[in-house]
Design a protein around this ligand. Structure first.
Ligand code: ATP
Ligand code: MG
Length: 291
């Protein structure tokens, strides 16, 4: 992969979307987003009036205890779920009122989503998994496969293209999932606990990979993690969720040196040597929150 784009696409196809995005600047914006699951006695207020912006080229980490609403925030930001109230803007365009089909189109073109458990389709090879979003976006089978192979090669998986997910290691599956998320050249990559399902030895490589995507592609990222060294090494800002609210949002250095939210203070107190851990960038300090 040599340039910003993993495959050529007519800029004209983005039409008004690109124009509005360049005026507003933010690649992703949540405005007053609330999410209620269930109703009556079973009602759960998973998110309460959340505002969050991801700027171009920015990496924003989401932290918080189990059940605080992190995954809910990500699925709504990724347009996989609708907010109960509030707006989601992708590239400056409010997608909340769009049909599911229109949302899927915006999602494929602007958002790459990496799931905690990878979500690869078991009946498709690595190359077929990576080619799928392109085919859904109307790219012909042969061209889609060529781009998929190029993407796999970029992630050192050229020799694994014909393998099925069950015949890949965890780290390889994760890289296939990242290749699939990036194959339509999104502006923002959304990752739910991208390292927690991986062996410690593989985590550092994924952390390095994410950092290089920001440097080389100018990609923005919104990601959940409990891994403080990961946050410290690559995130520009951190949002800490507590019971569906953003309890803390700020520059990484400020949040980690002068935390205001009780959860952040506890997390730092539970991490014995942040400086030592930081130099290892991702190794050994995952899941300190135990969530
Ligand atoms: N589909 C759903 N139906 C009902 N309640 C849900 C649903 N999804 C999430 N919730 C509830 O919403 C709240 C937030 O859940 P969410 O999955 O966003 O938390 P989380 O911060 O990602 O937690 P974890 O760290 O354990 O993954 C929880 O109380 C959860 O039980
Ligand atoms: Mg979650």
């Amino acid at each position: 992969m040599t340039g910003r784009r993993m495959h050529p696409r007519s800029e004209g196809s983005r039409g008004a979307t690109a124009e509005v995005a360049s005026v507003r600047g933010a690649v992703l914006e949540l405005r007053g987003v609330s999410k209620v699951y269930g109703e009556g006695a079973t009602e759960v207020h998973a998110l309460l009036d959340v505002d969050l912006t991801v700027r171009p080229g920015e990496l924003v980490a989401i932290m918080g205890p189990s059940g605080s609403g992190k995954s809910t925030l990500l699925t709504i930001a990724g347009t996989l779920e609708q907010p109960t109230t509030g707006q989601v803007l992708v590239g400056g365009v409010d997608v909340t009122g769009l049909s599911r089909n229109e949302q899927a189109r915006v999602r494929r073109r602007s958002i790459g989503y990496v799931f905690q458990d990878f979500n690869l389709l078991a009946g498709l090879t690595a190359a077929e998994n990576v080619a799928l979003p392109l085919e859904l976006d109307g790219v012909g089978g042969r061209a889609a496969r060529a781009v998929a192979l190029e993407a796999l090669a970029h992630f050192d998986l050229a020799d694994k293209a014909s393998r099925y997910p069950e015949d890949l290691s965890g780290g390889e599956r994760q890289r296939v999932a990242i290749a699939r998320a990036l194959v339509c050249d999104p502006t923002v990559l959304i990752c739910d606990e991208v390292t927690s399902a991986l062996d410690v030895s593989v985590q550092a490589a994924i952390v390095e990979l994410l950092g290089s995507l920001q440097r080389d592609l100018g990609l923005s990222m919104l990601f959940i993690t409990h891994n403080l060294p990961l946050v410290r090494s690559i995130a520009q800002r951190v949002a800490v969720l507590s019971q569906g609210n953003i309890a803390e949002l700020g520059e990484t250095a400020q949040v980690l040196t002068d935390p205001q939210a009780p959860y952040t203070r506890q997390l730092l107190a539970d991490t014995p040597s942040l400086e030592t851990a930081t130099s290892e960038a991702g190794a050994g300090e995952a899941d300190v929150a135990g969530a």
